[in-house]
Design a protein around this ligand. Structure first.
Ligand SMILES: NC(=O)c1ccc[n+]([C@@H]2O[C@H](COP(=O)([O-])OP(=O)(O)OC[C@H]3O[C@@H](n4cnc5c(N)ncnc54)[C@H](O)[C@@H]3O)[C@@H](O)[C@H]2O)c1
Length: 505
C-alpha cells in the first residue's frame, strides 16, 4: 500500500440555478480549464463521475458537479462544484483553484439580485435615449453583486462594455471571484487590479481615446483622479467628470485644483442621512459574525471618530448594550458625542486607559490608534476598522511592538505583546463590513448605486449646473430631481392608505 504524504486540497463553490444552468456553467468551466496553459488535458472519469485535469507539470486536479448533502441547510436549487487538487506544486494548485473559483453567476442568480435593486435596474427606463453612448467609464466600485446590477444598467444606458474598465480593489468580499468572472466572461469588461492601477488607467485611456470618446470616473475612495493628476497629467483632459461615492475619496482630492466637475454622491444628503446607519449596522453585524463566541453586552467599547459613520456605530453598539466611549480629535464632535450621552475624553490614551475597551471600532478614515494605546487594552480585545483599506490602525507599530504576530485566518491577525497580552485586529484591519461579506443588503444599497448612475448621466449630459470643482448643491438637486429617493420611500416608507384599502404605494 502506498502512503499518501500530502492530503488532497479541496475547494467548493455553491451556486443557485436550474439543472440546465448548473450543467452549462460546469461545461464552460471545463472548457476554460482545457484552454488554460497550465492544463494538459481534461477527461471525464465515468467511474468517479468527475473530470480529471492533468496539469502540464504532471500535477492533477479533479472537478465534480455535486449536490449538497443537506439540502435543508442551503438555498433552494443550490448546486456545488467540488474541486480537489490531488497532486502537484503550489503554483499549479493556485492556478487550478483560481480557475475554478472564477465562476460567473447564473441567470437565476442575476435575476434574483436584479429584483433586489429595483431603483438601479429600472433607471434605463427613465433615459431610453442612451445618454452614456458617447462615453467610456472607469469604475472602482466594490466587487459585490450589487455592482453587477449597476453595470448592467450602465450598459443599458448606452456605455459600450469595451469602453469600460473596472479596477478591482482586491478586498476579500464574499463573492469577489464570481463578480470578477461575471464582469470578464459574461459582460466582456476589462478588469485591472488595484496594484496595477496606473497600467489599467493607461490602457483605458488609449482604448477609449482610439474609439473617439472621453471618459467619466465612477470612484469609491479617490483612487483614480489623484493618480491621473499626479502621475498621468497628460491624460487629465481625457476625463470629463468624476462621480465619487465616499468621503475618503473627497479627502484625497483636497489640494488638487479639480479640472472637471465632481458629482459628490459621497457628500450628498441622501448618502449621509440614509446610508451611514446601514454601514454601521453591517460593520457591527459582521464583527459579531466573526466573533460568535464572544459576549459584548455590558462590556466597554470605544469608537474612534464621531463623524457620519462613527456616530451610527456608537449608537448601534449602545443599542447592543455595550458601554460606549467616543474619541474624536475635533472638539465640536467630541462635545456632540458627550451630549448624546457617550463617555468622552480629550486624550485618547487616557480614555483607553480608564475605559478599558474590549472592542475598538475605528471610523476616522486615517491612522488614529497606535501601539501606545493598544498596549493599554485589556486582554482578548479586538480592533475593528470601517475605514477604506487598512489605514486606521498603526499596524506597522503593532508589529514592531509584538513578540509574535499570528495570522488567524478569516478572523484577522493577532499581536502578542511582551507582557503576554494579545489583541486581535479583526479582518486584518480592512473595512469590516466587506470582509468575506457584502456590507449592506442589496435593497439598502440600491439607493446609492442608483445615485451613482444618476451622477454619470448628469455628467455625460453636461449642462450649466455641473462646473469644474465640487458641486454639492447641484448634486443634491439632481439626485432629488431624479426621483430615486421618492421611489425608495414608496418602496420602504409608510403604508399608503387608499379609499379601497391599504398597502405600500
Ligand atoms: N466601510 C464602508 O463601507 C465605508 C463607507 C464610507 C466611508 N468609509 C470610511 O469611513 C471613513 C469615515 O467616514 P465618515 O463619513 O464617517 O467621515 P467623517 O469625516 O464624517 O468622520 C470622520 C471623523 O473622524 C474625526 N477625526 C479625524 N481625525 C481624527 C483622529 N486622528 N482621531 C480621532 N478622530 C479623528 C473627524 O473629526 C470626524 O468627526 C471614511 O474616511 C472612509 O475611509 C467606509
Amino acid at each position: 500500500m502506498s502512503l499518501c504524504l500530502e492530503s488532497p486540497v479541496v475547494h467548493s463553490v455553491d451556486f443557485v440555478g436550474r439543472k440546465t444552468e448548473a450543467q452549462q456553467l460546469t461545461e464552460m468551466l471545463v472548457e476554460r480549464l482545457r484552454a488554460a496553459p497550465f492544463v494538459r488535458e481534461v477527461c471525464f472519469d465515468d467511474e468517479q463521475g468527475s473530470w480529471v485535469c492533468t496539469l502540464a507539470n504532471g500535477g492533477r486536479g479533479r472537478l465534480a458537479l455535486a449536490a449538497p448533502a443537506d439540502p435543508a441547510a442551503v438555498a433552494d436549487r443550490t448546486h456545488r462544484i467540488v474541486a480537489t487538487f490531488e497532486k502537484g506544486n503550489l503554483r499549479d494548485r493556485t492556478s487550478f483553484f483560481q480557475a475554478v473559483t472564477h465562476l460567473p453567476f447564473t441567470d437565476s442568480e442575476m435575476t434574483a439580485v436584479t429584483s433586489e435593486l429595483p431603483l438601479t435596474s429600472t433607471l434605463p427606463e427613465r433615459w431610453p435615449d442612451k445618454p452614456l453612448a458617447d462615453v467610456g467609464l472607469v469604475l472602482t466600485i466594490h466587487h459585490m453583486r450589487d455592482f453587477l446590477v449597476l453595470v448592467n444598467s450602465l450598459v443599458e444606458l448606452g456605455v459600450d462594455p469595451a469602453h469600460m474598465t473596472v479596477i478591482d480593489k482586491e478586498y476579500q468580499y464574499a463573492n469577489s471571484r464570481r463578480v470578477d468572472a461575471h464582469l470578464v466572461q459574461r459582460l466582456g469588461i476589462t478588469v485591472w487590479r488595484y496594484r496595477d492601477l496606473r497600467a489599467g488607467l493607461e490602457d483605458h485611456v488609449s482604448r477609449v481615446t482610439a474609439a473617439g470618446k472621453r471618459s467619466i470616473v465612477m470612484d469609491d475612495g479617490g483612487y483614480v483622479l489623484p493618480m491621473v493628476l499626479r502621475e498621468l497629467p497628460e491624460s487629465a483632459g481625457h476625463f470629463i467628470g468624476l462621480v465619487e461615492q465616499t468621503t475618503s475619496g473627497i479627502r484625497k482630492l483636497a489640494g488638487f485644483g479639480l479640472p472637471l466637475p465632481l458629482f459628490s454622491v459621497a457628500e450628498s444628503d441622501m448618502k449621509g442621512m440614509i446610508e451611514s446607519y446601514g454601514i454601521a449596522d453591517a460593520a457591527v453585524r459582521n464583527t459579531l459574525r466573526l466573533l460568535p463566541d464572544e459576549k459584548f453586552e455590558g462590556q466597554a467599547a470605544l469608537v474612534l471618530g464621531f463623524g457620519r459613520i462613527g456616530r451610527e456605530v456608537a449608537r448601534v453598539l449602545d443599542s447592543r448594550r455595550m458601554r460606549v466611549a467616543v474619541f474624536d480629535a475635533d472638539i465640536t464632535r467630541l462635545v456632540a458625542a458627550h451630549e448624546e450621552g457617550f463617555l468622552t475624553g480629550r486624550s485618547l490614551t487616557e480614555l483607553v486607559d480608564s475605559h478599558q475597551p474590549r472592542l475598538v471600532i475605528g471610523c476616522v478614515g486615517s491612522r488614529s490608534f497606535g501601539l501606545e494605546q493598544a498596549r493599554l487594552l485589556p486582554p482578548r480585545s479586538f480592533l475593528v476598522s470601517t475605514t477604506s483599506r487598512n489605514y486606521e490602525f498603526a499596524l506597522d507599530e503593532l508589529r514592531e511592538g509584538s513578540t509574535a504576530v499570528t495570522d488567524r485566518g478569516v478572523l484577522g491577525t493577532s499581536y502578542l505583546f511582551p507582557d503576554g497580552s494579545e489583541i486581535v485586529v479583526v479582518g486584518h484591519g480592512m473595512p469590516i463590513n466587506f470582509h468575506f461579506a457584502e456590507s449592506l443588503s442589496n435593497r439598502y444599497v440600491d439607493l446609492v448605486m442608483a445615485g451613482l448612475a444618476v451622477g454619470a448621466v448628469a455628467v455625460a449630459q453636461g449642462g450649466e449646473r455641473l462646473q469644474p470643482g465640487h458641486n454639492l448643491a447641484a448634486t443634491n438637486e439632481i439626485l432629488a430631481e431624479s426621483g430615486i429617493v421618492d421611489a425608495y420611500y414608496q418602496l420602504y416608507g409608510p403604508a399608503i392608505t387608499t379609499a379601497t384599502g391599504s398597502g405600500h404605494g
